[in-house]
Ligand binder design. Structure first.
Ligand code: ADP
Length: 500
């Protein structure tokens, strides 16, 4: 019988009020049942919110440097358990160990950044327009934050949201993806071991439409941070708009790597292989379009296809594996369907295009790394997010055309330009309409201390990571202190005659 895992609500590990559980299986091997996790309901969310409100009252009064000390211990504990966390993550969502190690490292870096932010959280002191009066700002926490996270970065994304939220003095309710409950469970264990007061953190497992929506709709959760599909983000956005909640959305992408004829071709090939097939293409920053300049188009593709065919698929826990499985059957169906659409649209399948089978692969959701040539700008494969190892190749004549093709999608997360010409690089930095642009590097690879996020339908104007995320999790309070001992009227008295 598989082990039953618990929610963390009200300061203790508890069973769900529903009494129901769901299975967590290894996507590389469906015969491997990892365990059972709570399929929680509204009642569990209600208890979590009430507890988090109590936690907030205690936590918000702690000095921020003290909260930072706890975040430093969180970083230390994650460092000590890096190997274990990586293995748990690979087993439940499939990406290879070196990538899950990177996922943990991102969490560690985020923890240490938060630790030092405890000694900053800067406000401003500015001159008042009146005499004997001070004007200043400081950042205060908001309350209970609902964090809804996806499967592809099961540790990093909860840390991107949770650590700045906590450091700022908020309490959190985490609803991890139902595909990756184990990693989230270990993260909460670590937070508690590091010294976060029990009611400051709540972990409620379950399905998006049940637990996720109950958190979003709860009137006592004023902040929601969501990473996932644009479709789900739009639903959440409607609710939050109606309820006047603060909302951060991080959603889809259709990111392009543009390669100019003057680029270092081998470097660009390494980049696109990593960008398109790393994490089995299941990153919001994954390279899903490759824009090649006419002169190099054929030679580049010939070399790229050879390299893509050499990628080894398998269980990410095993040595020598380059690409793990997709997350579930639905993802497999979606990738398969998009290849069919591509064919109907006149694209050519240069390699891949179907489920990978044979031997142990039969037990998992493996899909062959796929390269589609002759994808036309404006076609579905050029515009829609596939979220898998499917790369659409588009030709272009000059840089202006490449910019146009890049910018005609509804998303705007990441972009990349390979060139040896500095002028092209600087033009790309300004013309590519995305939140992130890489020069001579793939579309993936965010660093924890820089802001992360996209424009257009990818987001809603907020950023995660770096210093900017702290603005999302805090309110600015303005304080005026008048020590003149008389009524001074702003906007009026500053032009009056001086009493001195
Ligand atoms: P993905 O395609 O990455 O699985 P989803 O948007 O479906 O993206 O899921 C991301 C997260 O959002 C998951 O934790 C999921 O459970 C949650 N979720 C899904 N639907 C809803 C919803 N209607 N309300 C709130 N959360 C949801």
């Amino acid at each position: 019988m598989a082990e039953k895992h618990l929610n963390f609500i009200g300061g203790e590990w508890v069973e769900p009020a529903t009494g129901e559980y769901f299975e967590n299986r290894n996507p590389a091997d469906q015969t491997d049942l990892i365990g059972l996790w709570p399929r929680s309901g509204k009642e569990d969310v209600e208890r979590a919110v009430q507890s988090a409100k109590r936690g907030f009252e205690e936590w918000r009064r702690r000095p921020a440097p003290e909260r930072g000390e706890i975040m430093r211990r969180v970083g230390d504990l994650m460092t000590a358990r890096k190997d274990e966390l990586s293995r748990v993550m690979t087993r439940e969502m499939g990406k290879v160990l070196k990538e899950t190690g990177g996922d943990v490292q991102e969490g560690i870096d985020t923890a240490y950044f938060a630790a030092t932010e405890g000694r900053r959280l800067y406000g401003k002191t500015v001159p008042s327009e009146l005499r004997d009066k001070w004007a200043m700002t400081y950042r205060r926490p908001i309350g209970v934050c609902g964090l809804i996270t996806p499967f592809n970065f099961p540790l990093a994304i909860p840390t991107w949201k949770g650590f700045p939220a906590l450091l700022s003095g908020n309490s959190i309710i985490l609803k991890p993806a139902e595909d990756t409950p184990h990693t989230a469970t270990l993260l909460v264990e670590i937070l508690l071991e590091a010294g976060i007061p029990a009611e400051v953190v709540q972990l409620v497992h379950g399905l998006g439409a049940e637990v996720g929506s109950a958190i979003v709709e709860h009137p006592d959760v004023p902040v929601i941070s969501f990473t996932g599909s644009t479709a789900t983000g739009s639903i959440i956005g409607e609710t939050c708009g109606r309820m006047h909640k603060r909302l951060s959305l991080e959603m889809g992408g259709k990111n392009a790597q543009i390669v100019m004829a003057d680029a270092d071709m081998d470097l660009a090939i390494d980049g696109v292989l990593w960008g398109a097939f790393g994490t089995t293409g299941q990153r919001c920053t994954a390279t899903s379009r490759l824009l090649l300049q006419d002169e190099i188009h054929d030679e580049f593709l010939e070399k790229l296809v050879e390299r893509a065919r050499a990628l080894r698929l398998g269980n990410g826990l095993e040595d020598g594996v380059d690409v793990g499985p997709l997350i579930h059957q639905r993802a497999l169906d979606k990738n398969t369907a998009y290849v069919e659409i591509a064919k109907q649209e006149g694209a050519r399948v240069l390699t891949g295009g179907k489920r990978a089978t044979g031997g142990k692969l039969d037990n998992g959701y493996f899909f062959e790394p796929t390269i589609l040539a002759d994808v036309k700008p404006g076609s579905r494969l050029a515009l829609e997010e596939v979220f898998g190892p499917v790369l659409s190749v588009i030709r272009f004549k000059d840089l202006d055309e490449a910019f146009r093709i890049n910018n005609e999608v509804q998303y705007g997360l990441s972009s990349s330009l390979y060139t040896r010409d500095t002028r092209n690089a600087f033009r790309a930095m300004t013309e590519l309409d995305t939140g992130i642009t890489y020069i001579n590097a793939p579309t993936i690879g965010a660093e924890a201390h820089l802001p992360f996020g996209g424009v257009k339908m990818t987001g809603n104007g907020h950023r995660e990571g770096g210093w900017e995320v702290y603005e999302f999790y805090t309110e600015t309070k303005v304080v005026y202190v008048d020590y003149s001992g008389r009524l001074q009227r702003a906007q009026i008295d500053n032009y009056d005659a001086s009493p001195y």
